[in-house]
Design a protein around this ligand. Sequence first.
Ligand SMILES: [Ca+2]
Ligand SMILES: [Ca+2]
Length: 434
Amino acid sequence: MGLIRFSPLILGAPTPLRTLLCSFALLLCWQPLCQTFNLDVESPAVYSGPDGSYFGYAVDFYLVDSASVSVLIGAPKANTSQPNITEGGSVFYCPWGLGQSECHDIEFDAEGDRTVLINDTDHKAEVKSHQWFGATVRSHGDTILACAPLYSWRTKKDVPQSDVTGTCYLSAQNFTKFAEYAPCRTEVTGHGGQGYCQGGFSADFTTDGKVVLGGPGSYFWQGQVISADKDKIIEAYYPGYFMQSVVGQLETKQTAIKHDDNYQGYSIAVGDFSGDKLDDFVAGVPKASILRGVVSIFNGTNLKSMVEFKGEQMGSYFGYSLATTDINSDGLTDLLVGAPMFMLRGSDGRLEEVGRVYVYLQRGPLDLELSEPHLTGVDAYGRFGNTIAPLGDLNQDGFNGGWLVLVLRSRQVGREINLTVFRLQVGDSVILLF
Ligand SMILES: [Ca+2]
Ligand SMILES: [Ca+2]
């Protein structure tokens, strides 16, 4: 245990990039007999998907009850049984247990492209081919959200448009109920409306079951955040209807022209930052503030903007990735922000994208303190902070601060990826680095 908490550790041999894309290895031990931490690096559970499907592009756990743990794995370029659809994308359900490595795809949507009657003529209403379904996958109890941010809609206009509104599907009540949720498929079409929203580019669930979607392309790429209760989405769903009205749905509105091209909602996370015990929404806006990037915290009950943080370097893509977790176990949710394009000068004087992760510790309601020093990548062009995910108290040491945070960093040099573990100098937390 001390090894991992107090010194860098390389887990496993370098892995070819292709293997990483085609298989997903769980490094957590299933049995309680593990030595040194509860990470079993010798016998990982390995799941594989179709070649070239980007199996593993998105992952989440599926925890319906404490007795069964499964893994949900998105494969956004997988072919499906949907008629006449090429690479519609899939989400796989993979039971996790000893000797189990079988996955099967979840049938969120069996249909091909639907048609719509306009002026007494049938028109193809949408394009599901290459829609990247499964690029975003999140779970909440017995409910799964999976999104296709590149889904296109014809719109209902006489002159057809191809609006990349994106769409999402919910699987609820343990695969017994399915509903589509495409909140950007509205009358407000085109570039100036929600026509390029890419709804579901990012997403999360609040603790009480609200879906929070990022749509970074709405309103001339200002981007927007949209939220609705999962039960209300299912109530509002009616097959065949392209537009739906969900009771209680909240969404950020179009703002001044100076906010165009900011990509609000590129990333999404949730957590209570206002002190009312209700989750608020965090949105990455990586091109805001003259490309320095901004992260905004919105009140989860009314979507009012409460706090904003700005990146330190132009072009660093501050807000590309987000994670929320209580790093120091003081009961207050903390925030991690990735800026994978953050650059430093290398030994030859060239600027190199090493990437940086910023940690904000919550001291009280709307009071977040930027913790220093920042976590900075060490590999040239390594893009440290590309992905951040809280893993919970993996070391189970009962210590008040035994949280783990996973930071993915694709090491592009030599197409190798290493998993490194080291201790984050905040409280007594541990951070995992790819
Ligand atoms: Ca709150
Ligand atoms: Ca905390």
